[in-house]
Design a protein around this ligand. Structure first.
Ligand SMILES: NC(=O)c1ccc[n+]([C@@H]2O[C@H](COP(=O)([O-])OP(=O)(O)OC[C@H]3O[C@@H](n4cnc5c(N)ncnc54)[C@H](O)[C@@H]3O)[C@@H](O)[C@H]2O)c1
Ligand SMILES: [Fe+2]
Length: 385
């Protein structure tokens, strides 16, 4: 890794608003962008909490068309249903209020509503030609960071693979991060989504394309999430812990465009695709094993990660890095997250096929500090079993 020669492109929404109670401000922004009829994409547990936002939209002269709720990690066909509704209803803007699942659908609907390209055509890097409509996103988990990233992920049911579109056109026009929207997230989702955000920071910090600009943000994200995750899992109404996690999630999300993730996410996608394991949970189960595999490529980086998590150094990079991984396992266990693939109803016999599928996620494997072959993926899934 040669940090001084890595080129960095900062990619983020031109407007990021952060703070308790900021959600209704999205209405004025949409109105200023000329939006009069917005598609609202959200999920069932949130619909009853959106009165302040829908009231503000009405006051700003923006009508809302509510899409069918996105309650699960989205498939191509779930996306297509929402896209068609947006097309028929002739909306002129898209507002996504939810977790990563909702936001990814909102992003792709805003991009593809005009039917000039299909979702399948834009999976990959920079294949999307433009975005048809203005797009505003409000995250309600902390989280994927999708509200600030150029990525959107859908499950392709035909081959049971989660596929990503990456394009600057998928970066929303504005993101409003209101930590109060996350107070209602149940403990298990708080834990899984928080560990996902932490994994974004870790994989951006230990990454072939790491860069000092994002290192600072990634390190701060690790500190915030490490110090606050268990607090928020134990008491969802801890407003300060929720705000710290929302900020940590934003930091993780900001890393996605310029640096992105690596092998943890690459090996995690087939678990989501085939066994519908929640994104944060599959990452959390694999994280310690992928990190141990990677240590030898950059022991000092992994020791720095341990220190950012709050673990005391031992004087040796490798043993500090190992302590960091033990700490991560303990944090995840204390948060009630399953620790093994065997706890998640994944049959051991599926491992070779999982490894084969993971090898297709080249857009992320290319970022991994240590080259990872199919046999290595098998060994990592075995270790996590
Ligand atoms: N686009 C990106 O940059 C990016 C990055 C990472 C992950 N992802 C994708 O995002 C998806 C996962 O998103 P997620 O982890 O945020 O989970 P999610 O959006 O699937 O939400 C998990 C559950 O929590 C519920 N929920 C969300 N907010 C809530 C709230 N405030 N109160 C109560 N319940 C609430 C949802 O209805 C859902 O049932 C995956 O498909 C993953 O691949 C995208
Ligand atoms: Fe993620």
């Amino acid at each position: 890794m040669n940090l001084s020669t890595n080129i960095i492109t900062l990619l983020q929404p031109p407007r990021i608003v952060f703070g308790n109670g900021c959600a209704p401000q999205c209405a004025e922004f949409l109105a200023q962008r000329g939006c009069r009829r917005a598609l609202l994409v959200s999920s069932s547990p949130l619909l009853s909490q959106l009165d302040a936002v829908t009231g503000a939209l009405k006051k700003s002269g923006v009508e809302t068309v509510t899409a069918p709720a996105v309650d699960q990690e989205p498939t191509l066909s779930a996306f297509e249903t929402v896209r068609q509704l947006a097309h028929t209803e002739k909306v002129d803007g898209v507002l996504g209020i939810g977790g990563g699942s909702v936001i990814d659908v909102a992003k792709l609907v805003a991009a593809l509503v005009d039917g000039n390209q299909t979702a399948t055509e834009v999976f990959g890097i920079n294949l999307l030609k433009h975005r048809a409509l203005p797009l505003v996103c409000l995250p309600t988990t902390a989280g994927t960071g999708a509200e600030v990233s150029p990525n959107a992920i859908l499950l392709d049911e035909t081959d049971e693979l989660k596929k990503g579109a990456i394009s600057p056109h998928l970066v929303p026009d504005a993101a409003f991060l209101d930590p109060l929207l996350t107070l209602s997230v149940p403990p298990s989702v708080t834990a899984a989504t928080g560990l996902d955000a932490l994994t974004h920071c870790i994989e951006a910090y230990a990454n072939k394309f790491a860069h000092p600009v994002m290192d600072t943000i990634a390190r701060q994200g690790m500190k915030l999430i490490s110090a606050n995750l268990l607090r928020a899992v134990c008491d969802g109404n801890e407003v300060e812990a929720r705000a710290a996690l929302a900020l940590g999630s934003l930091y993780g999300g900001l890393c996605l465009g310029p640096v992105n993730t690596a092998a943890v996410h690459a090996l995690s996608y087939p678990l989501g695709g085939r066994f519908h394991i929640a994104h944060g949970v599959s990452n959390a189960v694999l994280l310690p094993h992928v990190l141990r595999f990677n240590f030898s490529a950059a022991p000092a980086r992994y020791a720095e990660i341990a220190e950012a998590l709050g673990v005391a150094g031992t004087g040796s990079d490798l043993s500090t890095a190992e302590r960091g991984v033990e700490y991560l396992s303990e944090l995840s266990r204390n948060c009630g997250v399953p620790q093994k693939l065997s706890d998640l109803n994944v049959p051991r016999a599926a491992i070779p096929a999982l490894a084969k599928a993971a090898m297709q996620v080249t857009r992320l494997l290319k970022n991994n500090l240590r080259p990872l072959a199919e046999q290595d993926a098998i060994r990592i899934y075995e270790a996590a079993y």
